[in-house]
Design a binder for this molecule. Structure first.
Ligand code: ADP
Ligand code: MG
Length: 350
């Protein structure tokens, strides 16, 4: 790769940073270092003054353990900014955490940030402005499915098609990419968090048991599955009895949890099917060879790869480290800006 003296100098004094602002978790990639930070996209603020108390892990740990006036905010909803100032505070904190305090002077970093496919002009501007006021020198935006595909090492520049399915917290994004562009894409507001909600509903309706969100998510991760398992799994669901108000524990097996999540999983399968239906036949032929690549936290649900493969009749692979695909994709763009410039969204000249 070509590097000029100015690049060398700026990469020593400042930094190039790639960010995946996830609804659930944000990841930060630093050029030359890789992923340096993965923290919940949560900010704890004073509800009266809106002063920021903590960001990320620290903020998440405060939830439910602090006086009532300290509240936790997730500033991103469905991948777009729902609270501008809080997003800016979160970005600022991430940038501060990546700064090398040994250096006497630093140039403000350049940022590559992933945004959902199809965000509006206003939403794009909000991300750019939040990043600039949080201390970035320049901001580039990339569509998340593209970043995910790059992070998963898929040959996006080829004429052959690749398909990525990113199952995050709030949304599932399905995209077919060819020649460095997104050919078809579909976004669905059913993803990992909906599966967690399904478990909460199941526990309440079938067992009169009120589960906390984190408990339900843990049940999903420990025994959740999308297709029948060779070895049955079970776990204890602990919560509050809806009737007595007292603590209660109920044993649950993988099949009951699978049934609870069935409808949401069917919606994800349907989104994949509809995207395949819209894919030109030449690209479909390539997809049969290359398969579908899963990323995002939802890709880790047991047996989901298998289920998608049987229902779509296309081979399915889970990306290496699916949770950081988008961030590693933004990082790859930073490392190879010259070759990959074309995949960025057109700059608005910041
Ligand atoms: P986002 O990009 O929206 O921040 P992520 O890609 O980080 O989302 O994925 C978060 C979702 O993945 C959550 O709903 C979480 O419960 C789910 N998830 C994470 N790990 C697992 C796992 N091992 N099994 C099932 N779901 C998981
Ligand atoms: Mg994501």
């Amino acid at each position: 790769m070509r590097t000029s003296w100015i690049d060398n100098l700026t990469s020593r004094l400042g930094s190039d940073i790639g960010i995946d602002l996830g609804t659930a978790t944000s990841h930060v990639y630093m050029r030359g270092r890789g992923i340096v930070l993965s923290e919940p996209s949560v900010v704890a603020i004073n509800a009266h003054t809106r002063a920021v108390y903590a960001v990320g892990n620290e903020a998440a740990a405060m939830v439910g353990r602090t006086p009532a006036h300290i509240i936790a905010i997730r500033p991103l909803v469905d991948g777009v900014i729902s609270d501008f100032e809080i997003t800016e505070a979160m970005l600022r904190s991430f940038l501060e955490n990546t700064r090398d305090n040994r250096l006497p002077y630093q140039i403000r970093p350049r940022l590559v940030i992933g945004v959902p496919y199809g965000v509006t002009e206003v939403e794009r501007r909000a991300v750019e402005e939040a990043a600039i006021s949080a201390g970035a020198r320049q901001v580039f935006l990339i569509e998340e499915p593209m970043a995910a595909a790059i992070g998963a090492n898929l040959p996006i520049q080829d004429a052959g098609g690749v398909m990525v399915v990113d199952i995050g917290g709030g949304t599932t994004e399905v995209a077919v990419i060819s020649l460095g562009g997104i050919i078809t894409s579909r976004s669905l507001r059913i993803a990992g968090d909906e599966l967690t909600n399904d478990i909460i509903t199941f526990a309440r309706e079938q067992h009169n048991l009120v589960l906390g969100e984190r408990t339900a998510e843990k049940i999903k991760m420990t025994i959740g599955s999308a297709s029948p398992l060779a070895q049955p799994l079970q776990t204890a669901m602990r919560g509050r009895d809806l009737v007595s108000g007292l603590p209660k524990e109920v044993l649950v097996g993988d099949e009951a949890i699978r049934t609870a999540m069935k409808k949401s999983i069917a919606a994800i399968l349907e989104a994949i099917r509809l995207t395949l239906e819209e894919t030109p036949p030449e690209l479909l032929a390539d997809l049969m060879d290359r398969g579908i690549t899963l990323c995002g936290g939802g890709a880790l649900l047991r047996g989901l790869d298998h289920l998608i493969q049987t229902s779509s009749r296309v081979p399915v692979h889970i990306a290496h480290d699916p949770l950081t695909c988008v961030a590693r994709g933004t990082g790859a763009v930073l490392e190879h800006l010259d070759e990959l410039k074309g995949v960025l969204l057109p700059a608005r000249g910041n």
